[in-house]
Design a binder for this molecule. Structure first.
Ligand code: HEM
Ligand SMILES: [Cu+2]
Length: 550
């Protein structure tokens, strides 16, 4: 495919590399706290040793959630989508300065939010539920990060329009198509927290509003919070559908199936937020039921993805001589760290997906809600399917951007396996602890009494956590040495864009039309959220004062 031969300008590469730099820097701090949280369960009073740098478990947990789940992901993704836009369309950005401004806003927002977090004036966790109140700088900073990412997204749309004018009949290349849907999803979804922050939290923390309505604020938050997980996942899917098949010597099994799945994710991922509010008394049961049903509907594009990606992998493996019903898996290029990381991410995601259906089921949710099960679940999704895939992507992306060969690729393979094994141990411990009733967001190490049954699992978590710490830092060191080593070997890495077995031009034209899908997305949101938004806004009670965390 011609797309593989397009060479990006050095400026474009540098711009993407800056996104990566901030993302990995955030991870390098955020990932420090995960293992601390895991070890805390077996080393009582651990956090006393961290004073005066870190005042409390909750300050650390805020850093962990914000830096990993919000910053590492958003910066990596905007950088990656810049690549899928430029490389897919084979043209530079239409208004590069606009994208630079977007990136600048994101960095400024990150710095502004970092100040109160580091000063222990925003230890409100990454969900910042009121009535916990943070310094206004925290809300302002987060808003700027989001607005900056929107601006970068507008830059992608202008670029796409320019390409469309030059290529009125061509199908949008798949990786660009997937990238644009991811951005549209994000812009639509983040309206929820934008409204929450701008109309409630920010004026309230500035003293302009006497109180907030915590119930309605949570509804606004989860309007964004659920689709947020698809903002994280879709870039990994772009890689699994659009790059990974090429890396294993195969082709994308079906371009049309891949596109349908992306459209369904756009349409179905927003109107589900109440599945995070099953225990919120202010949301009527009927709406919880409707959102639960809609949540199950996301199972379909998920299964289409599993089928198409596995079929693409099998096609590649059989071309490499793979045989047997399952033994073809061995014929995949497991020695390539980028491939190994993404395959292992996919395997962990299988378990994450099963847990997700459990969470979505109302009566079982009541058992696991707010227990250690929940972080056990999302470390398989955002911290594995997504993070380990992004790690895998970096193993070709950083050589491509810097023109230098990956340092110690064998170590990178070990890194992926360490993450995989560490995560199996850790997440199994967390899930089980949750079923035994252990709460999440609780420093169990300082609890005066815990049931005996928890002890073994806490030890298991600590053990998994330490392995994960080694894996995280191995990743960071491999990337840093690759990028900054002056004597690194030159690389001629090309972007591994996969061809489709089915000619993309043969995929139906309606799969490349935006309007019907955007309208469907909007309509479904209006149906699934409209009546509750009207009800909650008309009965809004801005009565809760703030409780600043000390
Ligand atoms: C380096 C390995 C990691 C370890 C050992 C680890 C460990 C933990 C533990 C034990 C918790 C639960 C804390 C509690 O509920 O009190 C937690 C929470 C969390 N982790 Fe991790 N984690 C790691 C990496 C990551 C990554 C890479 C991400 C995301 C990309 C992530 C995202 C989160 C989030 C969003 C929370 C919830 C924070 C909250 O409840 O406010 N973690 N982590
Ligand atoms: Cu959700």
């Amino acid at each position: 495919m011609a797309a593989s031969n397009y060479e990006m300008s050095a400026t474009d590469k540098k711009f993407i590399a800056w996104h990566m730099f901030v993302a990995v820097a955030a991870l390098s701090i955020g990932a420090l706290f995960g293992p601390l949280q895991a070890i805390e369960g077996v080393v009582p009073n651990l956090y006393d040793f961290l004073k005066p740098v870190i005042q409390s478990y909750y300050q650390g947990l805020t850093l962990h959630g914000v830096l990993n789940a919000l910053i590492w992901t958003t910066f990596f993704i905007t950088g990656f989508l810049t690549l899928t836009t430029i490389h897919g369309l084979q043209r530079p950005l239409k208004y590069p300065k606009l994208n630079y401004v977007g990136f600048g806003l994101m960095v400024a927002g990150l710095l502004i939010a970092a100040v109160p977090i580091l000063l222990n004036q925003a230890s409100v966790l990454y969900t910042f539920y009121p009535p916990l109140m943070a310094s206004p700088l925290f809300y302002l900073g987060l808003t700027l990060v989001v607005v900056g990412s929107w601006v970068e997204g507008w830059g992608f749309y202008f670029t796409y329009n320019a390409w469309r004018k030059e290529n009125p009949t061509a199908r949008t290349p798949f990786v660009t198509f997937g990238g644009l849907i991811t951005m549209v999803l994000w812009q639509f979804a983040t309206i929820g927290i934008a409204a929450e922050i701008l109309t409630q939290l920010l004026p309230w923390s500035l003293g302009l509003l006497p109180g907030v309505d915590p119930q309605f604020a949570r509804t606004e938050f989860w309007f964004t919070g659920h689709p947020l997980v698809y903002f994280w996942l879709l870039p990994a899917y772009i890689s699994w559908y659009g790059f990974l098949p090429k890396q294993v010597g195969g082709k994308l099994f079906s371009d049309s199936l891949a596109r349908i799945a992306f459209w369904l994710f756009l349409v179905l991922s927003i109107p589900l937020g109440f599945h995070h509010q099953f225990v919120d008394p202010g949301v009527p049961p009927l709406w919880k039921f409707i959102h639960a049903l809609l949540t199950y509907s996301v199972f379909f594009p998920s299964m289409m993805t599993a089928f198409t990606v596995i079929a693409s992998l099998e096609y590649g493996a059989r071309k490499n001589g793979g045989k047997g019903m399952l033994t073809w898996i061995r014929a995949l290029p497991w020695k390539d760290p980028s491939v190994a990381a993404q395959l292992l991410a996919g395997i962990l995601f299988f378990f994450g997906g099963i847990g997700g259906i459990t969470n979505a089921s109302y009566n079982i949710n009541l058992v696991v809600h707010n227990t250690a099960w929940v972080p056990g679940h999302f470390h398989l999704t955002v911290a594995s399917a997504v993070t380990l895939s992004f790690m895998g992507i970096s193993y070709w992306l950083v050589p491509y951007l810097t023109g230098k060969k990956l340092w110690k690729p064998q170590w990178a393979v070990i890194q992926a396996w360490l993450w995989f094994v560490g995560m199996l141990i850790f997440s199994n411990g967390m899930h089980t602890l949750g079923l035994l009733g252990a709460p999440r967001r609780t420093p169990l190490g300082i609890a005066p009494y815990i049931p005996d049954a928890w002890n073994g699992r806490l030890l298991q978590n600590a053990f998994g956590g330490v392995i994960l710490l080694v894996a995280a830092y191995l990743y960071i060191v491999i990337l840093a040495v690759t990028a900054f080593n002056k004597n690194g070997e030159k690389a001629t890495t090309q972007i591994p864009v996969a061809e489709s077995i089915q000619d993309p031009a043969a995929s139906p034209a309606w799969l490349d039309k935006w309007m019907p899908w955007l309208i469907a997305t909007l309509l479904l949101v209006v149906i699934a959220y409209g009546p509750q938004l009207v009800a909650q806004i008309s009965s809004i009670q801005l009565t809760s004062p703030g409780f600043p965390y000390k």
